[in-house]
Design a protein around this ligand. Structure first.
Ligand code: GBH
Length: 441
């Protein structure tokens, strides 16, 4: 692949926020110092994680956070997006860790951007019904208030949920992620209760006096497999699930066509809570998806088994390079996504922040990652030129880490981690990003 990444990236507006992201379960380790989460339970059962690894140690960030904050400082980012582990907060001294981390970040001049829920539900909450139970939304808001009381004075931006779409689909519909439920469309209450939890948490955070609250939703263009009516219909339905189910309620106070009727409880009343105004909207973008009519049998795709009952099937995207994970590299789809979002939601869309974007590649001299990031930053800039209000960009991820069902086999980091010695080594992309950020000052 030609490396076009030697040119400096275009100039972004003053005040544009440059950052990197991680999540608690994927990097922290110190499993002995937290109550168990659904991911601890899920990884303990053989067969769920590709290399049968667990995140008991992961990057050992819990003990090595000063070294990781130094890496952030040297990278020159404005902000660091991490997540707070609810089960750790539930155990004695758990909040002390985040207190120390936030102080360390503040001292290094890096703004703290915590996510309150990045998929690691406490087992105790799961045993009470988890996200299938409406009470979990209330418990989530109480936990949010607790965190805000302790850290609120030193936080820059708040994120309620990470990718409720993936957590619903992979965790509760298909069972590839914790808690491993295979409910297909019976997983829809999980979507509703997460959205309700988001709205209640926004209210709780505001009541605690904090500002600058958002959500991190996963989105990407859905491309139909053909112009045949069956393929167009299947793609439109997939698009509804990925790009509208978690956006419409938050931004417009309504579920998209037909989905509201499938949700539990007093949906109208809940939608008022879910639509509580937010200050910015986070988008995690990786790749577009090609979708066509169901193919009448179970299909394997991207490490997932998709049952024949689904009203769509996911297909390969040809004609683009792919990452080591097999995901296509399509920077212009990011422009397409952002311009479409801007058109669809108009004035109801608050400023956007790209809360995740990145790729998995092996190796320290990761020119392919540089090409990926360079291409996506240019695509992002084109969206800005077309009038989309994007205020920041976070790379997934600072460190190689525990990539969920894939274990340690997929490396998304700007910094390599040797999982035997836990040594951190910045990759070529780390130096590239530092220079790119420097070029903006
Ligand atoms: C995020 O999920 C998570 O928030 C993060 O924890 C995780 O480590 C990171 O991304 C990397 O996976 O159709 O084959 O091209 C991302 C969810 C699901 C986004 C699959 C891209 C398309 C793959 N992703 N998807 S494909």
């Amino acid at each position: 692949m030609a490396n076009t990444a030697t040119n400096p990236i275009p100039q972004f507006p003053a005040g544009f926020l440059w950052g990197v992201s991680t999540s608690a379960h994927q990097i922290e380790g110190a499993a002995d110092k937290r109550a168990p989460s659904v991911w601890d339970a899920f990884t303990a059962e053989p067969g769920h994680i590709k290399d049968n690894s667990t995140a008991a140690v992961a990057c050992d960030h819990y003990h090595r956070y000063p070294e990781d904050v130094a890496l952030l400082r040297d990278l020159g980012v404005d902000a660091y997006r991490f997540s707070i582990s609810w089960p750790r907060v539930n155990s004695p001294g758990g909040l002390d860790f985040y207190d120390r981390l936030v102080d360390e970040l503040t001292a290094a001049g890096v703004r703290a951007v915590p996510t309150l829920f990045h998929w690691d539900l406490p087992v105790s909450v799961e045993e009470a019904g988890g996200w299938l139970n409406r009470d979990t939304a209330e418990r989530f808001a109480e936990y949010a208030a607790l965190v805000a009381d302790r850290l609120g004075d030193r936080i820059s931006k708040w994120i309620t949920l990470n990718e409720p779409a993936e957590h619903t689909l992979l965790g509760h519909a298909l069972g590839a992620h914790a808690p491993g439920k295979q409910l297909l469309f019976d997983a829809l209450p999980v979507a509703h209760h997460q959205l309700l939890g988001h709205g209640l948490a926004v209210r709780a955070l505001r009541a605690a006096g904090v500002t600058d609250i958002g959500i991190a939703n996963s989105h990407g263009p859905t491309w139909p497999a053909s112009q045949e009516p069956e393929d167009l219909e299947a793609a439109a339905f997939y698009d509804l699930l990925l790009n509208r189910l978690f956006a419409d309620p938050v931004l417009t106070g309504q579920y998209p066509e037909g989905l509201g009727e499938l949700m539990p409880g007093d949906v109208e009343a809940d939608l008022k809570v879910i639509a509580e105004p937010i200050d910015w909207y986070g988008i995690n973008y990786y790749a577009p998806t090609r979708v066509g009519a169901p193919q009448g049998s179970e299909i394997e795709f991207g490490g997932l088994t998709m049952p024949a009952e689904l009203p769509f099937s996911v297909r390969e995207i040809d004609g683009y390079p792919v990452t080591d994970f097999g995901w296509p590299v399509v920077p212009h789809a990011l422009t397409e996504l952002l311009v479409d979002f801007h058109k669809r939601y108009g004035d109801r869309l608050p400023p956007i922040v790209i809360t995740e974007n990145g790729c998995s590649y092996e190796g320290l001299d990761d020119q392919d990652r540089i090409t990926y990031l360079d291409g996506h930053l240019r695509a992002l800039h084109r969206a800005l030129e077309q009038g989309v209000d994007v205020r920041g960009y976070f790379v997934w991820s600072l460190l190689d880490n525990f990539e969920w069902a894939e274990g340690y086999a997929r490396r998304f980091g700007l910094v390599h981690v040797d999982f035997k010695t836990l040594t951190r080594t910045p990759k070529a992309s780390y130096a590239w990003l530092r220079a790119a950020i420097q070029s903006q000052r």
